[in-house]
Design a protein around this ligand. Structure first.
Ligand SMILES: Cc1cc2nc3c(=O)[nH]c(=O)nc-3n(C[C@H](O)[C@H](O)[C@H](O)COP(=O)(O)O)c2cc1C
Length: 146
């Protein structure tokens, strides 16, 4: 009998850090996230710049949605805005428990397709497919820890 794998989903969000995070705080966050993600079969990419986050999360539900609910209430950030949520056929970051890059504001804007991150209409207008493809392309060429 064929082994069926559960349907996969991809989520992309943007958020504002509540304060500037020191490398030690980011490392602690990543360490916990990677352990949790590995256990839940979740993968993705986290970008941080100028007190802003953008994260791509991939994996099965309800694990993905449950984590997102948890992330949304994390006091380290606020103004969490979902940019993309859709079923996928395969992961863009299959080997990444959570890739991470801390970027300059300029590189962050390039990686996210020159989004006007302060303006909600700008975000909403951005085609979601183009957004995560841009992120994946960026991550492949950038120094990302995973
Ligand atoms: C920007 C951001 C991204 C996060 N990403 C993840 C993640 O990918 N996986 C994860 O388990 N926790 C992530 N977290 C942490 C969760 O919000 C939450 O703190 C953690 O899962 C709670 O773990 P604990 O209850 O064991 O302390 C993230 C938090 C922030 C602020």
């Amino acid at each position: 009998m064929p082994v069926l794998s559960p349907p996969l989903f991809r989520l992309v969000y943007h958020s504002q850090a509540t304060h500037a995070l020191r490398p030690a705080a980011l490392n602690a966050l990543l360490e916990k996230a990677r352990a949790h993600n590995q256990y839940r079969l979740l993968t993705g990419l986290l970008l941080y710049a100028d007190e802003q986050f953008m994260q791509v999360l991939e994996g099965p539900d309800p694990a993905l949605s449950a984590l997102y609910e948890e992330i949304k209430t994390d006091p380290l950030h606020h103004h969490v805005r979902t940019l993309h949520y859709a079923p996928i056929r395969r992961r863009a970051f299959p080997d990444w428990r959570m890739g991470f890059a801390q970027l300059s504001g300029e590189t962050f804007r390039q990686a996210t397709g020159f989004l006007t991150l302060e303006a909600t209409p700008g975000l909403a207008a951005h085609p979601p497919q183009a957004l995560w493809e841009q992120l994946r392309e960026f991550a492949q060429g950038a120094a990302v820890s995973r």
